[in-house]
Design a binder for this molecule. Sequence first.
Ligand code: ADP
Ligand code: GLC
Length: 494
Amino acid sequence: MPPLKILFVSPEVEPFVKVGGLADMVGSLPKALAALGHDVRIILPAYGSLRLDSHWHARPDPLGVDVGTSAHWARTWETVLPGTKVPVYALEHEGLFGRPEVYAGPWGNHPDNDLRFAFLCRGALNLCLQIDWIPDVVHAHDWTTGLLPLLLNTTLRHTPLGRTASVFTIHNLEHQGYCDRRVLDFAHIPPGEFRPDSTESGGAVNMLKAGLYHATKLTTVSPTYAEEIKTPAGGWGLDSVLRFRAADLIGILNGIDPAAWNPAMDKNLPRPYDQRSVTPGKAAAKLSLQRRLGLDEDAHIALFGIVSRFASQKGLDLVAEAMPHILDRMHVQFALLGAGDPGLEQTFRWAAEAFPGRVGVHVGYDNSLSHLIQAGSDFFLMPSRAEPCGLTQMYAMRYGTPPLVRSTGGLIDTVDQYVEGATPAVGTGFRFQDATAPALYNTVGWACATYYDRPAELHAMRLRGMDRDFSWNLSAKRYEELYGWAVAARRSQT
Ligand code: ADP
Ligand code: GLC
C-alpha cells in the first residue's frame, strides 16, 4: 500500500503523559505504522505536568485556534517519539492545559473538560493546516477526541481537510464526555448538530457519541469487546448506535511495545531473564519485590500481583471481599500497586496492616514497581468486570506470570484457559466467569493448587505465555488495511 499520512490525536501518550493503557497504545502503534513506511504524527496537550525538556523545541509561530468568541492562541512544542522519527506536537495553553492533571484534579473532573478537549480537537486540525501537512486519516481516541470527526464533517468540510478520513477508536465505552451544549458554540459546530443522531443524548452533548456517528470507520481494542458493546448489557446506552454502525466497526487487539516490556532487557529487574533463565530470574525479582513491599522473604509461597487503576471496572472490590478468606485458608501473599477509588485505597492499606508480611501495598503510580510486580509475582490478578482489551495481562504473560482473569472483553481474546492435566498441554492462565468473590476465591485456590502440586505444569504454562506473540506485527497491518478502507470511503463521498 502507498504510504499514508496518519495523524493521531490523543489526551495521553506514553512516555509523555499516561493515566492508563490508552497512553501505551498511542505510544506504540505509531512506531509499528512508521516501521511499515507511513508518515505518522501525534498531537497531545501540553499539560502542566509535561516535562518540556531539551528534547522539545517550541515552534516559531503561534497557533491560532478557532474556538470561542475571541481569538485563542497556543504555543506548539515539537519532539519525536523516543527511538523513532515520529513527530509529536504538544499544544500549550495556560488557561486550559496549565494544570498538571489530564482529566481530574483533587476535586474531581475538571469542569471545563468539554472546552479543554474541544480545543485539542480544533487545535490539532488547525496545526495541520498551519504546517500544510494534510493527513489522509485522523485517528482519534475515546470521548476527548469525539468532536474531531464531527469537525471534519461540518465546520472544516470545505477546507483542505475536507477529504481527510477519520478513524475513531473506543478504548472504553464507559466514559462518554457528557457536557453542556455550550461546547458546540465554543467549537464553532453548527447548532443543528445538537440532535440524537449526532451529538445529543438526554438533553446534553455526548462527545463520544459524536465520534461514533461521524467517524468514517470505528474500531475498538479487541474482537470480543466489539461484540459486547453492541448488546444492551455492554453498550452503556450506546449499543443501538453501535449496531447502527456495525458494518463500519471492527475489533483489533492491541499490541504491546516489545521494547518497553521485555524481561530480557528490563532495567527494573534485579536479574533480567528469558525463557531459559525464567526460574532464577523470577526468583530474584520475587525476593526484591518482597523486600520492596515489606512482605516476608519466602521463595516458596504463591505470590499474587496486581497493578491497576482502582476503579469499579477493574473488579478490585471482589479482591477486597475475597482477600481475608483467601489469606485465612491459603498460603499466599499479595503485592498490590494502584490508585484511584479512595475507599479501595483505604481497604487495601488496612489489609496490609491486618496481614503484615502477607499483603504489601503501594498506593500511587510507579512504573518501575509495576515492572517488578509483573516479574516477581507467581500469578497476576485481573478480575475486571469489563475490559476492552487490557494490557497488563499481556505484560504478565510476557514476564512468565500466568494471569488470573475474569472472562470478559479482551481478557477472553488474550488469555487461554489452562486445562489441568491435558495432553497436549494447553493454556496461558486461569479464567472465571462470575463477577463474585466466591468465584474469585475458587480460582485463586485452583492457581494455588497448581503452584504447590503441579509445578512442572505451571512452569510449562509460564513458557507458553512467554512464547505468545503480543507484538503489534499483526494488528498494525489490520489498522493499515482499515485506514485504506477509510480513505477510499471518504474519497468516494467527496
Ligand atoms: P486501563 O487502561 O484500563 O487502566 P490497561 O491494562 O490497558 O488498563 O493499561 C493499564 C496501564 O497502566 C498499564 O501500562 C499498567 O502497567 C499501567 N498502570 C496502571 N496502574 C499503575 C500504577 N499504579 N503504577 C504504574 N503503572 C500503572
Ligand atoms: C482502556 C481500557 C483497557 C485498554 C486500554 C488501551 O483504558 O480500559 O482495557 O487496554 O484502554 O486500549
